[in-house]
Design a protein around this ligand. Structure first.
Ligand code: FMN
Length: 242
């Protein structure tokens, strides 16, 4: 497992792009995170940080890396997506759940992780949890907000399948357009829709100077039944070493 590359073989070595001190890595000094800053629920805390990201013009703060792992091989895969919804239960993304790699990974293993990076605020949020599909009715609500071309595209693309050519894809789009010609309301494909990542761990990371960052992790510790007999999650919050 241990391989050493010769100095000349390294294509990139310790780049310090954008650092004010070209000899050393960028320092993080935009903020600090304290235990007293944190709300009891990680989704509320996430919402607070998301609003701060929007207020500070973070470019597309909904951009997130979704990591999944196939079993039994254990091979991990990751890709960029958009988080489209947040509710009390968790983080919702939309995709193809038939042919994509994430779909096949999740069929074998319901665990997934999300990573948000808000560079402008020197913040990262990590989420780990299990996944659940939204119903077609729920997915239809978001699907209806998409422009027609994207709704057609979801039908036309067997996401991540090998195709012969761009023309083959465009032909599929044409066929779907014919199928729904004159129809305003397009049903959401049953192979496409929302997936909620229900967190059992959420970590908030604030960059600090000298790599002595502030990190707090929320871990789910079961739940007490409320008056309606519903188990509500309780979250234990701990500071992590940078
Ligand atoms: C900024 C950005 C946002 C993206 N958003 C989505 C998305 O919301 N849903 C989606 O299925 N793919 C999205 N993609 C494409 C995915 O990264 C990926 O190519 C696709 O989901 C297939 O991945 P898979 O086969 O590993 O599942 C996005 C890509 C980028 C760069």
């Amino acid at each position: 497992m241990l391989h050493s590359a010769t100095e000349s073989a390294k294509k990139i070595f310790a780049p310090t792009s954008n650092s004010e001190d070209p000899g050393h890595a960028t320092q993080y000094n935009k903020g600090a995170l304290d235990r007293d800053d944190l709300l009891p629920s990680p989704t509320d805390q996430f919402h607070k940080w998301f609003q701060e990201a929007q207020a500070n013009n973070v470019y597309q703060p909904e951009t997130v890396t979704l990591s999944t792992a196939e079993l039994p091989s254990g091979r991990v895969s990751a890709r960029t997506l958009y988080m489209k919804e947040l509710d009390e239960r968790g983080f919702v993304i939309y995709s193809n759940w038939d042919t994509s790699r994430k779909a096949s990974d999740i069929r074998s293993n319901p665990h997934a992780a999300l990573t948000f990076h808000w560079r402008e605020l020197e913040r990262q949020v990590r989420v780990e949890g299990t996944v659940e599909r939204l119903t077609s009715e729920e997915s239809q609500v978001y699907y209806d907000t998409r422009i027609r071309g994207s709704r057609i595209g979801a039908w036309a693309s067997q996401q991540s399948s090998v195709i012969e050519s761009r023309e083959q894809l465009e032909k599929r789009v044409e066929d779907v357009e014919k199928k729904f010609h004159g129809k305003d309301k397009i049903p959401v494909p049953e192979f496409w829709g929302g997936l909620r990542i229900v967190p059992d761990m959420v970590e908030f990371w604030q960059g600090r100077p000298s790599r002595l960052h502030d990190r707090f992790v929320y871990r789910k510790v079961g739940g007490e039944e409320n008056a309606k007999g519903i188990k509500e999650a309780e979250w234990k919050i701990e500071r992590l070493s940078p």
